[in-house]
Design a protein around this ligand. Sequence first.
Ligand SMILES: Cc1cc2nc3c(=O)[nH]c(=O)nc-3n(C[C@H](O)[C@H](O)[C@H](O)COP(=O)(O)OP(=O)(O)OC[C@H]3O[C@@H](n4cnc5c(N)ncnc54)[C@H](O)[C@@H]3O)c2cc1C
Ligand code: SF4
Length: 600
Amino acid sequence: MATFQQQIAQHAPTAAEIKQRRWIYVPYDRFTDRTGPLTEQPANETGIVIVESTAKALRRPYHKKKLVVLISNMRHFALEQAAKGVSVLYHASPDSHGTALLALQHKRKLPPLTCMKPAERELRLDLASALERGLQIDFVADTTWASASEDFTTVYGSYEAGKTYVMDRFYRRMRQQTGILMKSGRPVGGKFSFDAENRNAYRGEVPVPRFPVFPPDAITHEVMGFVEQTYAHHFGTTAGFNLPCTQAEADAFWKFFLAHALEHFGRFEDAMRDDEVQLFHSKTSVLLNLGRLLASDLIRDVEKLALEGEVPMASAEGFIRQLLGWREFMRHVHEQTDGYRLLAGHVPQEERKVQQEVSPDSTPVAAAAYHPGKTDPYAGATPSALGARLPLPAVYWGTQSGLHCVDSVVAQVVQEGWSHHITRLMVLSNLATLCGFSPRELTDWFWFAYVDAYDWVVEPNVLGMATYADGGLTATKPYVSGAAYIHRMSNFCGHCQYDPKQSSGDGSCPFTALYWTFLERNEERLRGNFRLQMPYTTLRRKRPEEMVQLRARAREAIEHLQSFDRPAYGAESDAATSDSAPPEERSPPRLRHHPAPPGR
Ligand SMILES: Cc1cc2nc3c(=O)[nH]c(=O)nc-3n(C[C@H](O)[C@H](O)[C@H](O)COP(=O)(O)OP(=O)(O)OC[C@H]3O[C@@H](n4cnc5c(N)ncnc54)[C@H](O)[C@@H]3O)c2cc1C
Ligand code: SF4
């Protein structure tokens, strides 16, 4: 951190600046001065506190590229603010954010801090604990979101057991409320959703644009070295890192998408390829989730092009639906269910009791206070409506399974920490749901393996949309398919040892047998689902001999996947014991060895 430290040290505040300025705590995912408290006074009256916490980074074996993009954006944001005249207190600490802030406030005699209400439940817990220990901090609304909690509860009411949320209702309300793509109270183009036009495979119809890449500068290089040393045991690699790390790079990345990819986004949104991983997707999630790009800006940019007739409605509406619809919807679902902990039977009683004791009037942050020893507040909820509980197998860590679709998407995730929506849903999660792998383990895997993963978005996407673990709270049916869908939407099957047209016997694609046996296994639970009537009718028509073969093929496939030893991941957080040492000089964490997952 020598280069960064030298530069930022020049902007450290004097005692007078500490007294006279308004001090704002900027969390690790809100690097913006385009909205929120940083916009409310001139730079020369503003001070910001930023904490680089090793404890948080060690909580999971986060992909090394995720740590690089986060820490490098953090350091660049600090320097960008300093260049504007903001005083910057940049604090690298082995502790959690809350504990580090508390110590810093005490040591530097900082006045009460202002902070936008944290997006991550984990950070809310951490700060609530520090609040109880004396941290002085005021929470204000997080204006980076495009909707408020009331927008969600007005549509669905408060969460209660047995509730189902259909995203479309929320999306329509947001369109009407914001007037986005609306004219005289009616949707532009005559309908709210062009979803039916978003389902083409890609067969080279138009060239795929080459997105700009951003070679690491000196600061990013330092971060890469630090990550390789301190988090050596983590998932993935820093090699080839080229994501945006400054505001200017983030803006350039977005403008490129608008000019060169948006036009074809809608048409090829669901397409999958092994040779074109990004296709026409924006890859903006990582920047949105860090606060570098704001959803409302992106929505306005896309709407403008649509109204000017520059891009087809299927693309513009499709993109806006992802941001104004799905992204906002998911974070509300997470908040309303307290990260799925409120689902019937999923909240440990002690934890509920603790929450009530802490705050009968239940302000969002205080209600989530962390009480070490009573219960582990960071333990994720474990819904599994379909009773899935097999351990997640080694193929998710890169062991070759022979299933080309799975192997190529996993290889991409190991390399990049990213793959697009349909590969997450219809390859990686589809396989897990069909086989009955634990939804919690899959969620944790997505959480550490993807550069854009944070609790508010990864938990509802995996536990809700992708695995039906929430029993239909967020999706009207499980998103599962056999080989036919993957074959139709991708070029994977053409490069695979298995035949997507065969469902049993040697060389048959396991997905199809897994699909039918999944439906059979879960018939009691799912047969009443109106969206599954056709598949159940087909299942019932299958001859008993065919079912015997399908069961054998499915069993063989699951046994094969479970037969590999899983690599060990997990850090003992002894990496740093003193915050006087810069992160680069702390000893790396020890790798804890896990036994291989048990067989079935
Ligand atoms: C199993 C699974 C896990 C996922 N985990 C994450 C995650 O950890 N973090 C994350 O940001 N997204 C997650 N998603 C949603 C979605 O896959 C990603 O947001 C998207 O693929 C990111 O790539 P992109 O920026 O190119 O998206 P684009 O296809 O270009 O879409 C534009 C934007 O819409 C938003 N968006 C689209 N779909 C969703 C959604 N379902 N939930 C929230 N935002 C959405 C994203 O911000 C995205 O940047 C997950 C989806 C699935 C099925
Ligand atoms: S044949 Fe089956 S396993 Fe192979 S790529 Fe296609 S769907 Fe995947």
